[in-house]
Design a protein around this ligand. Structure first.
Ligand code: MTE
Ligand code: MO
Length: 333
């Protein structure tokens, strides 16, 4: 898009007329190109907000534009505040930081890449006594009016139970020890893939975002995030075609699979989907998902998995923790 075209779009959108919506819609239909010109704006604050409002106003009269192609509003840093801790499924045992690896499965040409192993599931994450005094946060609350009331019971403290249920005496933590149980998308033993370290992740350009974080329980907070774009990561580790075509989905898990989430590839490529390493100017804490979590402001909080241990491409719609408990798989805002 030329500067002239871009200015025209900006002017039109600013007027927020029906015509501006159409222009924005056409730009949105251009997909990645649309993101690129928005991204070229030094200040991301104003314009996406206008587009977002336009989109919301017109959503009912148009099906040609989807939330996945619109940037969510960004805010001045002064609006950002420390995010409460909410939901600690898969986080109750503290991960030994040196044992963290990112398992990546289904990558094109993975055999020849550094970090390739014949069985990613054989990687042993290790846990240790909690060293942090961090507030363990709020359990997901029960909304008595919700259809799913009763399903949002407090998170059980599973660490002791997990240790005791190690029937095979492998010394490894059993999977699926939280409320929703084991994921249907758990990898089979013997699944090859990559084991990446944090150095492999932070080599991509660093991005910061100040966005609104929305939990389905009805609260939201403006938060300052820093990390890398999931899109950049996925571009460097592209999916291997399945049946001659690009797979549709991305699946993520905490180490040992107690919390898990599924996404369509399009949402993962959204330029505001970040693999986050820092929040509010400091490294992620244990209960906010150290060392790596997802921020995906086009989705509700429950899709924003903390402590990522696995990223996997798949053509089967992946299982999702809160979908198992009755919530919408897409969780779009
Ligand atoms: N591993 C893990 N990730 C998770 C959750 C969880 O329980 N475990 N809860 C989700 C929900 S419902 C919300 S609202 C956010 C909360 O993130 P925060 O604790 O950093 O506020 O994390 C999401 N990611
Ligand atoms: Mo949430």
């Amino acid at each position: 898009m030329t500067d002239e075209q871009r200015n025209a779009v900006l002017a039109e959108s600013g007027r927020r007329t029906r015509r501006s919506f159409l222009v924005a819609g056409v730009a949105a239909a251009a997909g990645v190109g649309f993101y690129k010109w928005l991204d070229a704006e030094p200040e991301q604050g104003m314009q996406p907000g206008l587009l977002r409002r336009t989109y919301q106003t017109n959503a009912s009269i148009s099906r040609g534009i989807s939330g996945e192609h619109v940037l969510t509003p960004t805010y001045p840093l002064s609006r950002a505040e420390t995010l409460r801790v909410n939901g600690t499924y898969g986080l109750n045992m503290e991960l030994a930081p040196e044992s963290w690896r990112l398992q990546v499965v289904g990558v094109q040409g993975d055999v020849g890449r550094p970090g390739y192993v014949k069985d990613v599931t054989a990687w042993e994450y290790r846990y240790r006594e909690a060293t942090t005094k961090e507030d363990q946060g709020h359990d997901t609350k029960v909304d008595p009016n919700a259809k799913t009331a009763g399903k949002m019971a407090p998170a059980p403290m599973v660490d002791k139970a997990a240790e005791e249920e190690d029937d095979n005496h492998t010394g490894r933590k059993p999977r699926g020890m939280e409320q929703a149980g084991e994921s249907d998308s758990t990898l089979a033993a013997g699944t090859p893939g990559l084991l990446l370290t944090m150095d492999d992740v932070v080599r991509f350009p660093r991005h910061e975002l100040v966005t609104q974080f929305k939990c389905i329980e009805g609260w939201s907070q403006v938060v300052h995030w820093a990390g890398i774009r999931l899109a950049d990561f996925l571009e460097a580790y592209p999916p291997a075609p399945i049946g001659g075509k690009e797979p549709k989905y991305v699946y993520m898990e905490t180490p040992d699979g107690d919390y898990y989430t599924g996404y369509d590839l399009v949402s993962c490529r959204h330029p505001q989907s970040l693999l986050v390493t820092e929040m509010m100017g400091a490294p992620l804490t244990q209960f906010h998902g150290a060392p790596l979590r997802l921020h995906m402001p086009i989705k509700y909080g429950y899709k924003q998995i903390k402590r990522i241990g696995l990223i996997s491409y798949t053509n089967d719609k992946p299982d999702d923790y809160w979908t198992k408990l009755g919530y919408d798989w897409y969780a779009g805002l």
